[in-house]
Structures are given as structure tokens and as C-alpha cells.
Design a protein around this ligand. Structure first.
Ligand code: F6R
Length: 606
């Protein structure tokens, strides 16, 4: 987590750093700060959002042609000014920002304290700046190389030195860092949206690499300090995607972008009525014979994976194990030759998912990833990657990232089913023409916006919700419940509707809201009967059902009917109403929708 930015050039450094941090704020927003090198290094930090830093900086003269900045998601130490980055060396000659976790910091701290270094923060990061001071020999890269040899853990780190007014240095391991290339100016950042206004050309720093950044030159070194050359990459995204474009929140904008994201996936991955996964031919043989597929992911990506499991098992009849990434890596998973592992991650940087990927590869298992961010660590380390093409997702709560993951999982299931002979060519063709309708179905669901807003206003005062469903609707309930709780702070739990009576129904009373998700017609009668059980105990019952589902009149307080031409693909469409419901509940409750408390978009710590 945390976002870092660096700039060297002739523009107003403080504005570039502030703009960059604003665009990185989704990575953490407990505190922020900048260090700007003029005659000497000046640091300004503030607790809370970037707005606070902006107000504070406005009152100060901060001149200089190079600087670094940081927005923090607290891990070691509370969100206080002392714990905020940048961190100074004791003599104020060096300043650093860091994203990652230094696992051996206590040991290093003890060593440095014995050498007389004074620590003012509780962070793991502060050891880096004192180490830098300790090893400093006039050569910024040589010093950095010595420092990183001592560090265990993950880092993207930028260092300023008062003695060098024409350069700064960076290094990376297991935390993302890109170097943006401008004319007579250069940038570094945790990811591209931070600097998109200025350049789309960039280098992607790999683990173990370091770079010396001058305004007219970038020199990249490997971990032996040997200069290496690198390909300049181009960030092929519309800058509009990183703007709100008239929407009040990024989340709402991203909800409404879903039809166009699906459209992009359709045109990229479906051609001539066939699933056209580039390089799929390379995995066809493996996939064809695999006995087990392992799906591993976190949070919403895990929920997408559950729908993927459902689709693969139903269509292709291949056994799928699904695990939360943080559990998978420590459970000594049974990984067999010819197994395949699918890692799902919007950011492509989630630490637990990345470790799961590495574990699978160590065990000789081929890894396919479903990732949104191009060139991210998970994408680079996978054997095969399918991009979800959702564009930058800025709101912390995922929407379009999730639905495009589910879409690709369905396509994967269809292709797999066909090549294994589990479905006929005619069935395959029918599914393909139906999945192309999903864009329309989402558009139709989005038309329910105003209705859902009214319903959200009616229920937004309740403090507890159960969200229930069966089969695929249970998986949709899991994702719905996460959406609701993370942005509205209403306590909500998802249950397979038949499971509620095995204990949790004890919590149901007149102040409970039970939301039923019913898109699977074959199971609707069962879920309706479970809803009757909670209704009999006084709960308010709200249902999101597929159009045509009958028998709800006596049970529900309110119902929203979702139009759909294709029931099987409701795993994609079925989430739209609950995304909108969660959004409007959170809005009515005055929550900070795009940046919910305690969260960060990219979870790069264990
Ligand atoms: C919830 C949400 C998270 C992510 C999870 C995994 O709205 O966004 O639960 O799904 O942190 O992140 P990625 O997909 O980047 O690996």
C-alpha cells in the first residue's frame, strides 16, 4: 500500500507532487507529505487526506526542482505526523519515502541506535534513511546498493540528498515503481495515473533494480550496480479514465462504465463466434488434460473466483479448488503435476496473491492470471495473462474490475468446456451469442438507478444486514455484502440462505434488513421460503430478483427486478443493483465513498 511520487524538472515541483499524490490517494490516505530540495531539503507532512497537505503547503514557500512525496496507509505506527513520510536523516541531509514493509527493521534499528542514530517514528521505514546516512560515500547509487543489501522485505524507495541538487535515486523490490519519462523532466511513481498528465512513456523497474534520475537522463542499474538498458513502455490509456467526468464519485462513474468495459472484452476476446484468447493455444494442451484447477484471490477477486468455479464446474466438469490467497500460501496446498492455477487480481500487486502465484510456480504448476493493471507483478510473473481491460479503477471498492473478472472467467469456462468436449459446438455457439448480450443486460440494470436510489434512502438507517441467496446467488451475496459494508460501514453478512437457520437466525429481529438475491429461477422457491422464515421474525425483506421470478408478493417489503435475457450469465449482471444500492446507502449516510476508512486500493502487505 502507500503511494510514492518523485519529480525532477523545471515545473513547479510542489504542484506536481501534490497532483500525483492526489491520484495515488487510493493507495492509502492516513497521512501524506512531501520533501522538496531547494537550498536544503524542506519537508511538509500532514495527517489525513491530501487536502490537508495541500492547505498546509499553500502557506509555505517551497521552491526546488526536485522532490518526493508519499501518501500513507499505516502499518507500523499510528497515523501521526512523526510516522508520516518523508523521513529525514538526523542531520536533515537526506530524505526518503518508502512503500512496502521492512521485515528486519527491529534488528536494523537496534544496530543503528547503538551507532548513535536517533529515531523519531515508530515506522519500519525510518531505518532506511539512517542506513543511507550511515553508508553514504558521496555516490548515491553505490550507497543505495549497500542499503538495500541490508533490507529484508518489500520496498519501493526514493532518496533525496541535499548534496546532489540534480538527481535522486530509487530502488524496488516487491512493491511497484515506474519511471515516467518527460522532456527535460522525469518522474517516478507507484503507478501511471499519478503522472499521466505529463507523460505516457515509462520504464517499469524490476525487483532488485535501482535508478538514478536526472532531469534529462535516467540510468538504470541491476543489483550488481551494472548499468542496464530497458525498453520504454507506453501507457495506452485514455486520461479521461482517471477523471470523474461529471460523476460525483469515481465509484458511480466506474459502475456506469461497466457496459463499455464488457464491450471491450467482447471485441478483444470473442471473434468469429469463438473465444479468442491470445496464446490460449499454448495452454490448450495443459488445460485439456488438467484434473484440478486452483483459483486463488483476495476479497472481491475471490468472489469473482467463486463464480468462476461455478461456471467451470458446471460447464466443463473440471474440479476447481478455490482459496483465499492469504490462506492458500500457508495451508500446504495439494498441488499436483498438470494442475493449473488461476490467480485473479485487479491491481496485479496484491501481496498474498503474488505469493500464492510464486508458490504454485515453485510446485511446477502453470499459472494463468486474470489481471487489470498492465505490466503489474502478477501479470509479469504468470505463465499466461488475460487482461480485463477495465481501465484504471480509482474507487477503492471495485466494480468494473470485478465484473470484467467474472466475464473472463465465464469465457474461460466456455472455452475449456468446449475443448474438453463437455459441451457441443451448438451449445458453445449459443452461449457465445448469449454472453454478448451481457452488455445490454447491464445497460438495462443501470436504468434502475433512480429506483434503487429511492430504496437505498428507505433502508440506509439500518445498522445490520444479512444478504442471502443460493447457488450463484450466494456468491453474488458475498460480493454484495462486501460492497455494502466497505463503503457504508453497515455491518452485513452474506449467507447461503439455507444456512441462516443453523444459528445466525438468532440475530434476526425487527431492526434487521435481510436482502435476498434471486437470479437462479431453479432455486427461487427455496430462497423465498427461507425469506419467509426471517419475515416471520420481523425482519424487513428486500429482494433483488431476476425479472420473471414469481411468488415474492407475500414476503417482500420491496423488490427490484433485474432484466436479463440470459440467466446463466447473471453472475456478471446480477451484481449491478447491489453496487448501486451500496453506493446510494453510503451516499445517504455521508460516507467517503471513494476512499472508505481504513482501506487502500492496492494491498501490497501480507
Ligand atoms: C473490494 C476490493 C477488494 C479487492 C482485494 C483484491 O471492493 O476491491 O476486496 O478485490 O483487495 O485486490 P486485487 O484484485 O487488486 O488483487
Amino acid at each position: 500500500m502507500c503511494g510514492i511520487i518523485g519529480y525532477i524538472g523545471n515545473k513547479a515541483t510542489k504542484n506536481i507532487l501534490l497532483e500525483g499524490l492526489k491520484n495515488l490517494e487510493y493507495r492509502g490516505y492516513d497521512s501524506s507529505g512531501v520533501a522538496i530540495l531547494g537550498d536544503n531539503i524542506q519537508i511538509v507532512k500532514e495527517v489525513g487526506k491530501i487536502e490537508n497537505l495541500k492547505n498546509s503547503i499553500a502557506k509555505q514557500e517551497l521552491q526546488g526542482n526536485l522532490g518526493i512525496g508519499h501518501t500513507r496507509w499505516a502499518t507500523h505506527g499510528m497515523p501521526t505526523e512523526n510516522n508520516s513520510h518523508p523521513h529525514f536523516s538526523n542531520d536533515k541531509k537526506f530524505a526518503i519515502v518508502h512503500n512496502g514493509i521492512i521485515e528486519n527493521y527491529l534488528e536494523l534499528k537496534e544496530k543503528l541506535q547503538k551507532l548513535g542514530y536517533k529515531f523519531i517514528s515508530d515506522t519500519d521505514t525510518e531505518v532506511i534513511v539512517h542506513l543511507y546516512h550511515y553508508y553514504y560515500n558521496g555516490d548515491m547509487i553505490d550507497t543505495l546498493a549497500k542499503v538495500i543489501k541490508d533490507l529484508e522485505g518489500s520496498y519501493a524507495v526514493c532518496v533525496l540528498s541535499e548534496e546532489h541538487k540534480d538527481k535522486f535515486v530509487v530502488a524496488k523490490k516487491d512493491s511497484p515503481l515506474i519511471i515516467g519519462l518527460g522532456e527535460d523532466e522525469n518522474f517516478v511513481a507507484s503507478d501511471m495515473p499519478a503522472i499521466l498528465k505529463y507523460t505516457k512513456n515509462y520504464y517499469l523497474l524490476e525487483d532488485g533494480e535501482m535508478a538514478l534520475i536526472n532531469k534529462d537522463k535516467v540510468t538504470i542499474y541491476d543489483d550488481n550496480k551494472k548499468i542496464i538498458s530497458k525498453e520504454v513502455l507506453y501507457f495506452d490509456f485514455d486520461t479521461d479514465l482517471a477523471e470523474k467526468n461529471g460523476y460525483e464519485h469515481f465509484m458511480l462513474k466506474e459502475i456506469f462504465e461497466q457496459p463499455s468495459c464488457i464491450k471491450k472484452c467482447v471485441s478483444k476476446y470473442i471473434a468469429d463466434n469463438d473465444v479468442n484468447f491470445e496464446s490460449f493455444s499454448k495452454i490448450e494442451e495443459i488445460i485439456k488434460n488438467t484434473k484440478n484447477i486452483h483459483i486463488v484471490a483476495c476479497g472481491s477477486a475471490y468472489h469473482a473466483g467463486m463464480i468462476g468455479k461455478y461456471a467451470i464446474e458446471n460447464l466443463a466438469r473440471v474440479r476447481v479448488n478455490i482459496d483465499i490467497a492469504s490462506e492458500f500460501r500457508y495451508k500446504n496446498p495439494i498441488l499436483e503435476k498438470d494442475d493449473v492455477c488461476i490467480i485473479i487480481s485487479q491491481s496485479g500487486e496484491t501481496a498474498d496473491s503474488l505469493s500464492a502465484l510464486r508458490l504454485a510456480k515453485e510446485n511446477g504448476v502453470k499459472v494463468i492470471s486474470i489481471v487489470n493493471v498492465f505490466g503489474s507483478s502478477i501479470a509479469r510473473e504468470s505463465d499466461f495473462v488475460f487482461y480485463t481491460l477495465a481501465g484504471p479503477e480509482i474507487a477503492v471498492a471495485t466494480t468494473k474490475g470485478y465484473s470484467t473478472q467474472v466475464f473472463l472467467l465465464y469465457l474461460f469456462a466456455l472455452k475449456l468446456a468446449f475443448i474438453r468436449g463437455a459441451i457441443s459446438k451448438d451449445q458453445f455457439n449459443a452461449y457465445i451469442s448469449n454472453i454478448k448480450q451481457v452488455e445490454n443486460d447491464i445497460n438495462e440494470s443501470l436504468k434502475l438507478n433512480d429506483k434503487i436510489k429511492d430504496i437505498a434512502n428507505k433502508y440506509c438507517h439500518l445498522e445490520n444486514a444479512f444478504i442471502v441467496g443460493r447457488g450463484i446467488d450466494y456468491y453474488l451475496s458475498l460480493e454484495s455484502s462486501l460492497k455494502l459494508k466497505e463503503i457504508s460501514y453497515i455491518h452485513s453478512e452474506a449467507y447461503a440462505s439455507g444456512e441462516l437457520k443453523h444459528g445466525s437466525i438468532a440475530l434476526i429481529d425487527k431492526d434487521s434488513l435481510v436482502i435476498g438475491i434471486i437470479t437462479d429461477e431453479s432455486l427461487s422457491a427455496k430462497t423465498i421460503s427461507n425469506l419467509k422464515e426471517v419475515k416471520a421474525r420481523g425482519a424487513k425483506v428486500l429482494v433483488f430478483a431476476k425479472e420473471g421470478i414469481e411468488g415474492l408478493e407475500d414476503v417482500v417489503d420491496d423488490a427490484i427486478f433485474v432484466p436479463s435475457k440470459e440467466e446463466f450469465f447473471m453472475g456478471i449482471t446480477g451484481i449491478i443493483p447491489m453496487q448501486l444500492f451500496s453506493y446510494y446507502v453510503a451516499k445517504e449516510r455521508g460516507c467517503d465513498i471513494d476512499m472508505p476508512k481504513n482501506l487502500a486500493k492496492s494491498v501490497t502487505v501480507e
